[in-house]
Design a protein around this ligand. Structure first.
Ligand code: PLP
Length: 401
């Protein structure tokens, strides 16, 4: 291996150009602070895109990883293991679900959910019960099935022919959904808050209406909680705040706190429609990922941490409003818990990415959600002083726009 120093331009040399990362390289993190190759410090309001629930290098996660690393990494699905069963128990005991399927990402969790829904439709004995209803501007991942379920044609159109039987309608428009859902519908897939689509919360009435329509027509209701799950909204899962219980829930991102893992949760009734051989994955439920997720999930699933997310929300939104009173760039600040979106006024439309670049220069990591929304998804336990200092840096970046 060469000892030559790695630089940002090496990305352009060697990486398939599907990403356009910032022009600095992060090398180290602790809590909600990170440092780049030049020892410049950043405050992390991005959280690795709603992943680093405990920030960086949290001892709970590090210990779980290193302890398990010395015991057992991988055995394959011919053998089960203790960490995965412990994690399954935690998920089952804390949610509506009776059964869990483990995989390695959000897209894989949704792929499993959509395949299960098709199997449920097939097993119903009704002809052509295979239609999936999804929503415009939704994001469900990048496999061909999940990117087709997502409601942003720009992500799927170049990869035609696409899987069939997926229909899209307007988010938060129950009448439009009513017009599409019928006896041929096997599933409705929805995010309780559209994350990538701009941090847009679903209304309670919308989710409740979808639940009723699914019950009426025997369709499976899938909540994609890949972004909203594991404490992000101040509830363990966002569905818990809606009065609606899905039939299938997908979770990933924060579940491993930075170690790749995803899961599909469902009831016994639906789980039992899959039989041995119907679906699978080599790495899903490996001991290493499961041990880390078990520690992270256990840490998050306490009243203190979940209340802490709500307290941080108040503090964060108050700070953002103060900034906005001075600078007036945003027409709305929305979201729940620590999933926040600052919606640019029309005269600043399209500038979200510029703001994130300027924030980086000021020592702040932030996210976009589309072209008009600056998104924050920091650690669930970010210190209040890091919120304040990050907001100072954000204000400096906005002033330069
Ligand atoms: C990020 C995301 C996904 C995809 O997860 P990956 O781990 O990138 O495959 C799916 N659904 C939602 C709501 C997401 O935010």
């Amino acid at each position: 291996m060469s000892n030559l120093a790695i630089t940002r331009s090496n990305f352009n040399d060697w990486m398939v150009p599907v990403f356009a990362p910032a022009n600095f390289i992060l090398v180290r993190g602790e809590g909600s602070r990170l440092w780049d190759q030049n020892e410049k410090e950043y405050i992390d309001f991005a959280g690795g895109i709603a992943v680093n629930a405990l920030g960086h290098a949290h001892p709970v996660a590090v210990n779980a990883l290193t302890e398990q690393a010395q015991k057992l990494w991988h055995v394959g699905n011919g053998y089960t293991n203790e960490p995965v069963l412990n994690l399954a128990r935690q998920l089952v005991e804390s949610t509506f679900a009776d059964k869990v399927f483990f995989c390695n990402s959000g897209a894989e969790a949704n792929e499993a959910a959509l395949k299960l829904a098709r199997k449920v439709g097939m097993m119903s004995g009704q002809a052509h019960k295979n239609q999936i209803v999804a929503f415009k501007n939704a994001f469900h991942g990048r496999t061909l099935f999940t990117v087709t379920a997502g409601g942003q044609p720009k992500y799927s159109q170049d990869f035609a022919p696409l899987p069939e039987g997926i229909q899209h309608t307007a988010f938060n428009d129950l009448d439009a959904a009513k017009a599409l859902i019928n006896e041929h519908t096997c599933a409705v897939i929805v995010e309780p808050i559209q994350g990538e689509g701009g941090v847009v919360p679903a209304t309670r009435e919308f989710l409740q209406g979808l639940r009723e329509l699914c019950d009426q027509f025997g369709a499976v209701l899938i909540f994609d909680e890949v972004q909203t799950g594991v404490g992000r909204t101040g509830s363990l899962y966002a569905y818990m705040n809606t009065g609606v219980t899905p039939d299938i829930l997908t979770t990933a991102k924060a579940l491993g706190g930075g170690f790749p893992i995803g899961a599909m949760l469902t009831t016994d009734h639906f789980a039992n429609m899959f039989v041995v051989g119907d679906h699978g994955t080599t790495y899903g439920g490996n001991p290493l990922g499961a041990a880390v997720a078990s520690a992270v999930y256990g840490f998050v699933n306490t009243p203190e941490v979940l209340q802490g997310v709500k307290d941080r929300h108040q503090h964060f939104v108050a700070g953002l409003n103060t900034i906005n009173e001075k600078l007036g760039l945003f027409k709305q600040i929305r979201g729940e818990g620590l999933l926040l979106g600052c919606v640019l006024k029309d005269e600043y439309a399209g500038k979200a990415k510029n703001i994130v670049t300027l924030a980086g220069e000021e020592g702040l990591l932030a996210l976009v959600a589309g072209m008009d929304v600056v998104r924050f998804a920091p650690s669930l336990i970010i210190p209040f002083e890091d919120i304040d200092e990050g907001l100072n840096r954000f204000a400096r970046a906005l002033a330069r726009l």
